[in-house]
Each structure stands twice: as structure tokens, then as C-alpha cells.
Design a protein around this ligand. Structure first.
Ligand SMILES: [Zn+2]
Length: 493
């Protein structure tokens, strides 16, 4: 009884203390005008795709969080003058293979605050995160990848994509069991999604693919798929490829995300988009993404260039660029470099297909950026987001600014937030959201990286904050800061 009384008294005393404390705090802040934030972004045009807010506001940040959005003046220990600039949620890239410090510098300059490798992914989720923890400029995350798991289980000699058994042989029952066990383990260890590239593991049976979808469904993880077919020729068209995975999603309940729909559909991209929309209208959780370019990029030694590739893809040797030198290929150099192994750029996507996807409000923007293995690599990893905002929004008027921002902030966050609830606080300018913020000049933002000069920073992105810390200031990289954090699903074991 007395114990209860004491507890009751304590509770009452606490209420009094709070009641006293609150007026004290507000009293003291009233005396110097306002509350002080760590950082204030003042007078910018705040654009939030979730609420639809598009107005001049001041944003107050404390620690790693947005704490105030106000039309009145806010007091900050530091202030960024954003007059005339757009203040947007930091861009979330669902698809970036380059996950090294130098890639993060290029991505920060392109407005990206969260860089995710969800297509190829990893076979070792713990190690992947451990390597980047505390050392990263921007936030980072990964899927457990069917490709690297299959390579590990089947002892394929490839480094990034399969070159041997993982591409060309059916798995034995014992290998299939191991592939499923490794994928399930990755999901338990907090992988954001499951990655698949069926075109690169072409000998994987339809059964093997459906089993992976079933596992993803069990963990509420989306499957990010490079389709089995990307060609124009029956029966290996992009349409057939998308049929396989829409069926797998429908039959298992796993959410499906089709990567780079333009390089899958080529001139038939609108037909693939129609399939995605039709599946969604029938209640299947399907999303997709594209990059703003008319070329793809991959490894020359991969199964994509197995005999018959010219007819399948509707291209020939001269449409392929060797990234180490920039030269276009011939029959001879194709043979030589395919044996050597390395990255190529493939000019195969019609501009009309690219533009259709970029302008479509349903289709997210993701870079598919590549590791920096040559001086003539694809520019997409360095410049995708500023190219959409500068070239397609401002110069071409293919879509409006808010729609474009939604496709690179809110939509990718929503794609992942059921599996990884931390994404509910990303992709938004909202009180309580993570202070991942990109401030840019809408009149000046533009990509500078090209196929000839791919290692150039984008322009017009003035400030980039990651968890409240500036990584780009006045258009320049900030040295020696590592505010990037793991973007990861809850660990279930
Ligand atoms: Zn791909």
C-alpha cells in the first residue's frame, strides 16, 4: 500500500515538474525570441511530394532530424541561405552498383543521400554493411542477391556477374537447397530486398525463380529483377520476361520491382509499362524504374552476349563501347575483349522509349550506376538525377518538377518501407523525418558527365545534408565527414 502511495506521489511530482519545466523552457526561449536549431535552411522553396507542400519555408534541423518547417524565421547555430533554391528530400537511388567512397562522392554531387545496390546485391549481408559502417559519405543499403548467392554455391569464377556454371548450368537439388538457405539467411540479417538478374543466370529454371519469390514473400521483401529476356525477338522478348515475374509475384504474393524497364523493353518499352499498370490494376504489387539514357551497360563476358545477341538486342558490334578506351567494337575486338572481360556501354534504347518512361509518373528514377572501372564508363551513376531535373524537366519539359522529385524520393522510400520501416522517415520533408535534404538551383541543375567524359560532377546542387550533416556545401564536397548510415531491414536473428 505504502509502496503504491509513494509511486503515486512520484507520478504526481513528475507531472508537477513537467508542468513547471515546460513554461520555464518556453519562457527562456521566448526571452531570446525563438528556439535554436543546430541548422536552419532559410527561405528556400520547400517541395515535399508527400504533402504537396511547395512554398517558401524555413526548415529547422536538430541532430539528424527535421524538427520544424515554418513560414516564420527560425534561429539556428548555423544557417544555410536557400533563397531562390529548391529544398527537396534527398534522392534515394534504388539501383547503384558502385558502392565505394568515390561513387558516393559522385552521387552526393548528384543529390543522392541514400545509395542502394538492390539488383545484384550481395551473398554476405553482414560483411557488406560492416565494410561501410562509420566510413560512408551517404546512406547505404543492399539486397541479398540471387546472382552472387548462385555464384558462391555453384563456385562460379566471375567477380561481379557469372561467367561459368552459375550462368549456364541447372542447379542440383543440393545446390538449390543451399541457394534458398543463403537467401533466407540474408533476409534474416536485414537485407532490404532480394535481387535477381535472370538474364545473367539464364540456366536457372522457372521453379528456382518461383522458390526465391516465395522466400521473399515470407519476409515481405520486394524482388528487384533484371528480366530473363530483354530482346525484341520471340520467344525471348522483354514481354515474355515480364510475364514470368508478374506470374511469380501473383502466385507467391512477393512484391515485384522490375529494374531499368527501358533496357528490358527497348522499343517495346510502352508495352512493358502497360503490363506493369495492368498488373497493378489487378491488385499485384509491381513497381518499376528507369535511368535517363539511351544506352545500357554491363559486362561483355556475361551471358547477355552469348551467341545470337545481335538479333536478340537489335544491335551490332559498333553499338558497343569498351569502357577502358572508349572505342566502338568490331568482330575481332569483341572476341578479344570478351575473353579479357570488362564493362561495356550498349547503345540500344530508343530516345522515345527513354522519354516515355522518364515522363511517366508511375516509374521511379534509379541510376544503375556502375563501378568506376574505366575512363569511358556509363555516366548514369554520376549524373542520373541532375539529368532528369535539368534536361528532362527544365529543358525538355517532359514532366513537372514535383512529379520528378516524387519519382526519386517518396516513391523509392515507399517501395521499401513495409520491409524496412526506417524508410517511413526518408524521402520526405516532414517534421520528424530524417534530415536527408538536397538543395539545388532548378534553373541551373544539369548533368555534366557524358559517355566521353563520364567522371564529372553534376552542377547546380548547392547543399546536400545526410542525417543533418552537410556533405556538399556551396556546391563543393565536404572533406572528412562520414554521416552515412546503414539503410537496413530489422534483423530477425
Ligand atoms: Zn541490370
Amino acid at each position: 500500500m505504502s509502496h503504491l502511495l509513494i509511486r503515486g506521489w512520484r507520478k504526481w511530482a513528475a507531472v508537477v515538474l513537467i508542468a513547471v519545466a515546460v513554461p520555464l523552457i518556453s519562457g527562456s526561449s521566448a526571452s531570446n525570441g525563438t528556439e535554436t536549431y543546430d541548422l536552419v535552411i532559410a527561405n528556400g522553396r520547400v517541395m515535399d511530394p508527400e504533402s504537396g507542400l511547395d512554398a517558401v519555408r524555413n526548415v529547422g534541423i536538430r541532430g539528424a532530424k527535421i524538427m520544424a518547417i515554418s513560414s516564420s524565421r527560425l534561429e539556428g547555430k548555423q544557417t544555410i541561405d536557400a533563397q531562390g533554391l529548391v529544398v527537396a528530400p534527398g534522392f534515394i537511388d534504388l539501383h547503384e552498383h558502385g558502392q565505394e567512397p568515390r561513387n558516393y562522392q559522385f552521387q552526393a554531387h548528384d543529390g543522392v543521400t541514400t545509395s542502394l545496390e538492390l539488383e545484384v546485391g550481395t551473398a554476405d549481408v553482414d560483411q557488406w554493411y560492416a565494410r561501410r559502417e562509420g566510413k560512408s559519405l551517404i546512406n547505404f543499403g543492399v539486397s541479398v542477391g540471387h546472382i552472387p548467392v548462385r555464384m558462391k554455391v555453384m563456385k562460379d569464377a566471375g567477380t561481379f556477374l557469372p561467367v561459368g556454371d552459375a550462368a549456364r548450368r541447372q542447379a542440383t537439388p543440393a545446390e538449390l537447397q543451399q541457394i534458398n538457405d543463403d537467401i533466407e539467411n540474408g533476409l534474416r540479417r536485414g537485407a532490404l530486398a532480394v535481387g535477381m538478374g535472370i538474364n545473367y543466370t539464364a540456366a536457372a529454371t522457372h521453379d528456382e525463380i518461383v522458390d526465391v519469390f516465395r522466400l521473399a514473400a515470407k519476409y515481405g521483401a520486394s524482388v528487384h529483377v533484371h528480366l530473363r529476356h530483354a530482346g525484341l525477338q520471340e520467344p525471348t522478348t522483354g514481354l515474355v520476361g515480364i510475364e514470368e515475374v508478374i506470374a511469380a509475384a501473383a502466385a507467391t504474393g512477393a512484391p515485384l520491382h522490375v529494374v531499368h524497364i527501358t533496357s528490358m523493353g527497348l522499343k517495346n518499352t510502352p508495352r512493358l509499362i502497360t503490363m506493369v499498370k495492368g498488373a497493378r490494376a489487378s491488385g499485384i504489387d509491381v513497381t518499376t524504374e528507369c535511368y535517363p539514357y539511351t544506352a545500357g551497360s554491363t559486362q561483355l563476358e556475361s551471358a547477355i552476349f552469348d551467341p545470337g545477341w545481335q538479333d536478340r538486342q537489335g544491335i551490332t558490334f559498333k553499338d558497343i563501347q569498351w569502357t577502358k578506351t572508349g572505342e566502338r567494337l568490331t568482330a575481332e575486338s569483341f572476341e578479344k575483349y570478351r575473353k579479357e572481360g570488362g564493362t561495356v556501354v550498349i547503345f540500344s534504347i530508343p530516345e522515345e522509349a527513354a522519354r516515355t518512361a522518364i515522363a511517366d509518373p508511375l516509374i521511379m528514377i534509379a541510376s544503375d550506376g556502375m563501378p568506376l572501372t574505366g575512363t569511358k564508363i556509363h555516366p548514369r551513376g554520376q549524373a542520373t538525377f541532375s539529368r532528369v531535373l535539368g534536361h528532362y524537366v527544365r529543358e525538355e519539359r517532359a514532366l513537372d518538377l514535383m512529379t520528378a522529385l516524387r519519382k526519386m524520393t517518396l516513391m523509392p522510400a515507399q517501395r521499401l518501407e513495409k520491409r524496412a520501416p526506417m524508410f517511413k522517415d526518408k524521402g520526405r520533408i516532414r517534421v520528424g523525418a530524417d534530415a536527408d535534404i538536397t538543395v539545388f538551383d532548378a534553373d541551373r541543375i544539369i548533368d555534366k558527365a557524358t559517355y566521353e567524359e563520364p567522371l564529372r560532377y553534376s552542377e547546380g546542387i548547392q547543399f546536400v545534408l545526410v542525417n543533418g550533416v552537410a556533405v556538399v556545401k556551396d556546391g563543393q564536397l565536404v572533406d572528412g565527414v562520414f554521416p552515412g548510415r546503414a539503410a537496413r531491414a530489422p534483423i530477425s536473428q
